[in-house]
Design a protein around this ligand. Sequence first.
Ligand code: MEV
Length: 313
Amino acid sequence: MIHQQKGNGVANGKIILLGEHSVVYGKPSIALPFQAVTTQTLVTTSQEKTEIHCDFYHGLIDDLPELLDSLREVVRVCLVTLNQESTPINITIDSQIPAERGMGSSAAVAVATTRAIFDFFKSPLTDELLLEIVGISEKIAHGNPSGLDALMTSGHRSVCFIKNQPPRDIELNLSAFLVVADTGITGQTKEAVSSLSKKLETCETGYFQDIIDKLGHLTYDGLSYLQHNQPEKLGQVMNQTHNLLKELDISSPELDILVNSALDHNALGAKLTGGGRGGCMIALAKNKDDAKNIAQELKHAGAKQTWLYEMSE
Ligand code: MEV
């Protein structure tokens, strides 16, 4: 197979508005692409062996630490699929998506790297194949992924997503702003997903399943408020969702501090976003001025970084 001098691949971050964790159990989720942060991968020819260069590691792919197993797997699967296992390549990953903060960094790395390897070998890559390859690597990163992160980091549309179903595009038409804030604490998606799965397996009263069901209903309510431009009601749904996620032990003290600070400063609603137990939270603000003020207050309350997101296209 002919290859070119360079292959490029890009992916973006994602924000889950509603439905994290319950999406793993077949409930709906609402997610937004987050293009303020991206991951770029560059693939070039290597003389002898395949090498990886990223923030966490520089060296041979064979010596990658266990922590980066999902990256090793995505490269392996791409090269096997392309029948190029014996072609050494140099892979350089540059990501502004903070790692393990619920913004889909592991999926974004897999998406950008798959795109770059296919681009390097001048091989067409369908969305189906991309999601299949990224899904394999996400199984290692998350244990039991719903597929939402792979979808969102590879696309630019806001969606309502149910596992194993085609996503439904949503037009964003809400007169409000979202503030996204990073606690700076590494989230623990894999642990949170597996501890919730154990809770559901071992609970005989159905208590945790009821919470998952409630999260599903709240997401449908939120979708309707989003589509009918009712930010106040959507904010209430976000608050209820955060409280249920807390009951599932998905939050953390740092997330709760930021959620409470946003609510103390005029947010219409606030919740954790993504895998939880650290990572990022989101707050809904009536307008841009409120959003800026909330962002500033979140920084005072300990947020390491904040972003504003306009909720209309
Ligand atoms: C992680 O970004 C979202 C979770 O719902 C896991 C998943 O959907 O695969 C926690």
